[in-house]
Each structure stands twice: as structure tokens, then as C-alpha cells.
Design a binder for this molecule. Structure first.
Ligand SMILES: Cc1cc(Cn2cc(-c3c(Cl)cnc4nc(-c5cn(C)nc5C)[nH]c34)cn2)no1
Length: 278
């Protein structure tokens, strides 16, 4: 019986609960060990009362169905789940390296090799998700984790959707929202391509491209695609070219995921194993 056998009925008594790893609006994540196998996991504990209060059953169910079905080296695994009277427990892969966000804040900005390696990993993970008709829609540094080798893992599919048609739901924090989402227009897979451009900028400069004092100003900058590149840090023309070809208002004109992987800046700088040696 291993974690991977999703047939197994789990219960809290199967796990030793360790330190809290993080908390969100609806619950917390704890380090935990499956007692029989000694396997280390992350246990996300969500309070049913919170889910009922905010009417998020369908969203949580969708997150569970979607993430259970995804198998990719850059997508955090959801091994299974169980519940008791008050709580729902998600048995998640433990990312030993923690949040990419923390690394970015500590370093200020990333090297071009590190940034390109993360963008390539994200692109491959998104291409896989899009093949499975999943749009993540909420890719931001807080949802990106690192494993023990420094490999990127997309977590938190809470806002993702299994989509064959255009979507209308507003979600995500402002900085990463594509114009069509800001305008609450129908949107599709290309929102994730826009977000790759936002993340690439933030990895290289340490701040998101449309940051502003107020939400209104961020909205305005996104809608105008008010993009400018600071003189420092000194970033290559190829990197700026990729960012410029992703942060395009017309979603049909954004560089496609396969074309991102063929872009000269990615080909030249990304580490094929997804792990950038320090
Ligand atoms: C509720 C709630 C909180 C969160 C955010 N969140 C995710 C984690 C998390 C997961 Cl799901 C998996 N592996 C993790 N590894 C860490 C970690 C490792 N180190 C050394 N430091 C941290 C932090 N966190 C992980 C925690 N919180 N989503 O929903």
C-alpha cells in the first residue's frame, strides 16, 4: 500500500503531523509523515465550515479532480484525500525547497539562466495542463514551489478550470491578470501565456511589470500594456524580446507555448534538466 495507490482509504491516524508550512484563507498546510511508509508529504487541511461559508465546494472538488489527474515533473502531485466531520485533508507532494517567492525576495532578482530555466519548466508544465484542457489562471510566485533539487513545481490549482470553452470567472491577484481577465471578458488558455511574460519580467527585475500604487493604476497599466524596462539590472535584449512577445493585449498574438521553448533566450539559457546549478 503506497501513497500512490489512490484506492486506499486514508485517515488522520495514518499520519504524524509536523510543523505548519503555510496557511491560506481556508486552511493550513502541515509537514506530515505517512507512518507505515515513512513517506514525507504536505497535508493541506481545509475546514468544511469555511468551504460551506464561501460556497467553494465546486471549486475545491475541481482542484482535487484536476490535480489528482495531473502527472508532470513540474506539477505538484495530489496523491489523494480524505475527510472527517469538520475537515477535508489533501495529501500533497512535499516540496522541500519551499516557495520560489522566498528565493526571489532573498536574491532580489534571478540570473538569466535561473529565470530562463524556471520559465521553460513553467512552459512545459502549462503545455501539459493545456493538453489536458486545464487552464491554471493563477500562476504567481506564491503558487510556485521548489523541490529538493531546485526544480519548479506549480501548486494550488484552486483557481484552475477544466475548460473546453472560453471562461468568464474573475480570479487571481491583479499583477498577474491578463487584460481580458481584467476586463472580465471571455478568456482562454492564452491567459497563462500572458502570466509567463509577467513572471519572466518579475524573475529578472524583482518586481512585476505593471506594479502600481493602487489597484486602479495596476488595472490601467495592464489595459494599456504599459511596459517599460529599467536600466538596471542589465537584462539581455533576447529576454526583453520574449517578455514583449508575451505581454501582448491581443491574446491570439501572444507567443505560443511551443514557440516559447524555441525562443533564442530560452534555448541559450534554460537548463534542460530544469535545475539551474547555483
Ligand atoms: C491552505 C494553503 C496554504 C497554501 C500555501 N502552501 C503550500 C505549501 C506547501 C506545499 Cl502544498 C507543498 N510543499 C511545501 N513545502 C513547503 C515549504 C518547504 N520549506 C522548506 N518551506 C516551505 C514553506 N511549503 C509547501 C505550504 N503552504 N496553500 O493552501
Amino acid at each position: 500500500q503506497s501513497l500512490r495507490s489512490s484506492k486506499r482509504q486514508w485517515s488522520i491516524s495514518d499520519f504524524d503531523i509536523g510543523k505548519p508550512l503555510g496557511k491560506g484563507k481556508f486552511g493550513r498546510v502541515y509537514l506530515a509523515r505517512e507512518i507505515k511508509s515513512n513517506y514525507i508529504i504536505a497535508l493541506k487541511v481545509i475546514f468544511k465550515e469555511q468551504i460551506e461559508k464561501y460556497r467553494l465546494h465546486h471549486q475545491l472538488r475541481r482542484e482535487m479532480e484536476i490535480q489528482t489527474g495531473l502527472r508532470h515533473p513540474n506539477v505538484l502531485r495530489l496523491y489523494g484525500w480524505f475527510h472527517d466531520a469538520e475537515r477535508i485533508f489533501l495529501i500533497l507532494e512535499y516540496a522541500h525547497g519551499g516557495e520560489l517567492y522566498r528565493q526571489l525576495r532573498k536574491l532580489g532578482h534571478l540570473s538569466e539562466r535561473q529565470a530562463a530555466t524556471y520559465i521553460a519548466s513553467l512552459t512545459q508544465a502549462l503545455a501539459y495542463c493545456h493538453e489536458k484542457d486545464v487552464i491554471h489562471r493563477d500562476i504567481k510566485p506564491e503558487n510556485l514551489l521548489l523541490d529538493h533539487e531546485g526544480r519548479l513545481k506549480i501548486a494550488d490549482f484552486g483557481w484552475s478550470v477544466q475548460s473546453r470553452s472560453k471562461r468568464h470567472t474573475m480570479c487571481g491577484t491583479l499583477d498577474y491578470l491578463a487584460p481580458e481577465m481584467v476586463e472580465n471578458k471571455a478568456h482562454d488558455y492564452a491567459v497563462d501565456n500572458w502570466t509567463l511574460g509577467v513572471l519572466c519580467y518579475e524573475f529578472l527585475y524583482g518586481v512585476p511589470p505593471f506594479e502600481a500604487e493602487s489597484q486602479k493604476d495596476t488595472f490601467r497599466r495592464i489595459m494599456k500594456v504599459d511596459l517599460s524596462f529599467p536600466s538596471t539590472p542589465d537584462v539581455s535584449a533576447e529576454a526583453k524580446n520574449l517578455i514583449t512577445r508575451l505581454l501582448v493585449k491581443d491574446s491570439s498574438k501572444r507567443l505560443s507555448l511551443p514557440k516559447i521553448l524555441e525562443h533564442p533566450w530560452i534555448v541559450k539559457n534554460a537548463d534542460p534538466m530544469g535545475i539551474c546549478p547555483k
